[in-house]
Design a binder for this molecule. Sequence first.
Ligand code: SAJ
Length: 419
Amino acid sequence: MHFHRISIIGLGYIGLPTAAVLSDRKQRVIGVDLNPKTVATINQGKIPILEPDLDQIVRRAVQEGFLRATTVPEPADAFLIAVPTPLTEHHKPDLSYIESAARSIAQVLKKGDLVILESTSPVGTTERMAGWLAEERPDLRFPQSAGEKTEINIAYCPERVLPGHVLRELVENDRIIGGLSERCAERAVALYRLFVRGQCITTDARTAELCKLTENAFRDLNIAFANELSFICDEQRIDVWELIQLANHHPRVNILQPGPGVGGHCIAVDPWFIVDSAPEQTRLIRTAREVNDRKPHWVIEKVKRAVQGIPSPRIACLGLSFKADIDDLRESPALEIVSALAREGVGKLLVVEPHIAALPPNLSAFSHVVWTDKETAIDQADIVLLLVNHSAFRKIDPKALLEKIIIDTRGFWRDLDPS
Ligand code: SAJ
């Protein structure tokens, strides 16, 4: 099956790498994004996000003419929607980006086109998207009414890539492809076959939607277990990381790592989509979310206890991103912790984040929050608060930590020997 042009709607953490990989396979790709800055950056062959090796692929694809970005949808044979699905204040999924993406591409749809939704979505969203498309284009036949006689093929295929490893995982991971009809799923498989080396497994759209949410809820639950162990161990004066290492020697035990909390736009968000859709059935999933959301507050309390008795305490805060070696601050527990310490005036904060250029706006307003480098921060601090296990923080002179109070939320330095 041949695609003359493939359009990717939403050029963020998923859409842009997908556009890049497809254009690297010599497909003609049009990227669409509402943000004119994003579009201009990409058309210059540059990238607005940090992801290893992505810059080179985008530069080449733009130079060779396979990738072009625009703010307004253009005709294509396949549309792949990768826009955000944020949570509202009340933990409800906000589908407005999907709705406006669908309504905008509806204008350029033609018989035989394929529309794939990749955004993480609550069960039933692909059917709703098909409804929005049909509303806009009463002249076309859609799968919800025409079944296999549909003129527009619609499928759901969740992204499953790990930030920091996106280019490899896009190609190697298996894909779950849920069609609104069998033929829809087959058409979508043909598109993914252009770049996916993993298996492409077909199912219906609702199962594929819940599958994605289930994967992230599984991880959230397992991290919550590790975080709960960290609360227990702290009280019982046991090293939680040693405990987990030992327990994991059991052949059927594989506990994840405690940390300062769970961040990112996925694991901290997606389980709520399941809770929202089945509030009575989701006691475990909801509790896991609550345990993980409690963790940053627990860290904040730990810091407050540590500063007691220190006049004008200085706290080195190492890391702001939501996990190691990336620049993404979305739902970051590290940022939440530093922001709370700043607001509450717990001490002078020496903030270090090697992956971004300057203090984020919500922190730069405070005169007692200083942007600095790792060495200066540690040198000047009474308390060293390690929030993100960035590789850059690994290379550290253990002697620099002598006589400091260390709060290591990741167990990153437990094998450092300062003696
Ligand atoms: N974390 C821990 N302890 C651990 C593992 C992670 O505290 O043992 C924390 C991290 O520090 C981070 C958060 O959890 O704050 C999430 O990090 P992550 O590496 O587990 O996952 P994400 O959010 O970067 O990506 C996840 C992945 N999902 C799964 O592994 C099931 C990825 O494959 C998905 O594509 C992505 O969500 C997504 O977009 O949904």
